[in-house]
Design a protein around this ligand. Structure first.
Ligand SMILES: [Zn+2]
Length: 303
């Protein structure tokens, strides 16, 4: 859509790609702020001209406004929309996890040629969390040739998945793409918090962030086995909500389970028991946890 918006003129895809390219290069040098800042000031006029263009849709305009806002407000030192958005997400997650949170090693941005997952959809970004022994660093790969407004809008979803599901995990184990707990129940919780926090984290593009978070589900779990892990955990979450009728309460339970210093296998077993009808949020022992009468650790140890 943007490609045909202003024939012969730089379009948003180019604008964002240029920003990413320079941010990726800058992230590996000591002059990150200056390089990114110079680039975004040069390109902010392009974003502003697209905002007022009659062919721009409201959804596109929301993303452009957000980008333009980052460009205008950040100044040289902070005008890097990727690190800035990541920092906001990280702060929100630190608050969510409280004492159980320990900051991961600094966020890393890398550029990729083409779609990082080899797909043909617009979500040309990919997130990954390093192992605990490597400080659970969050790595974002972005395509310098294909990054556009949809990919930018899905970034909060990617960041919150990595931070909530993997950085906050108290299991001390490497991330496992086949875990129904980490990739299913926790992914469901991360989407819950994205929807709750989008107005604050995303400002003008909060609706676009939620729409693309939902629309991108198939892109991030394209393989049948990872898709099955996600769906299994999501089904367990929906069963718990149905039994207890409170989405925020079950999302909070997921956070507490994830933060617990217990094995991932015990947490996967939790998901299996819920799905098998052997754990019910309305009855003990799970209701005891939800009502604060016992801890998630006691529950996990009893499985
Ligand atoms: Zn994951």
């Amino acid at each position: 859509m943007f490609a045909s918006l202003l024939p012969g003129a730089p379009n948003l895809r180019n604008l964002v790609s240029n920003m990413v390219l320079h941010a990726g290069v800058a992230a590996q040098s000591a002059t990150e702020g200056a390089v990114v800042g110079t680039m975004v000031h040069l390109t902010s006029a392009t974003a502003n001209s697209l905002i007022v263009h009659p062919g721009t849709t409201p959804a596109e305009r929301a993303v452009l406004n957000a980008i333009s806002g980052h460009l205008a407000s950040g100044g040289i030192a902070t005008a890097d929309p990727f690190h800035e958005l990541y920092r906001s997400c990280e702060q929100a997650c630190a608050h969510l996890y409280g004492d159980a949170w320990s900051n991961p090693t600094p966020f890393e941005l890398r550029s990729a040629v083409g779609h990082p997952r080899g797909l043909h959809d617009p979500y040309a970004v990919d997130g990954k969390t390093a192992s605990p022994s490597d400080g659970r660093r969050v790595l974002l790969r972005v395509s310098t040739t294909r990054l556009g407004p949809e990919a930018y809008a899905v970034l909060p979803r990617v960041f919150l998945h990595e931070l909530i599901c993997h950085v906050g995990a108290g299991d001390g184990e490497d991330p496992d793409p086949l875990s129904p707990f980490a990739e299913g129940l926790m992914d469901w919780a991360s989407l819950h918090y994205l929807e709750a926090w989008a107005p604050v984290l995303c400002g003008g593009f909060s609706n676009a962030a939620v729409i693309h978070a939902q629309a991108s589900a198939g892109s991030f779990k394209a393989h049948p086995s990872t898709k099955a892990a996600r769906e299994t955990g999501q089904d367990a979450a929906l069963m718990l909500v149905h039994q207890r009728a409170s989405q925020p309460e079950i999302a909070r339970l997921a956070i507490d389970l994830n933060a617990a210093g217990r094995s991932r296998e015990s947490k996967n077993e939790f998901v299996r028991r819920v799905l098998g009808g052997r754990l019910d949020a309305a009855s003990a022992p799970l209701s005891d946890v939800l009502d604060g009468r016992t801890s998630v650790e006691v529950l996990l140890d009893s499985l």
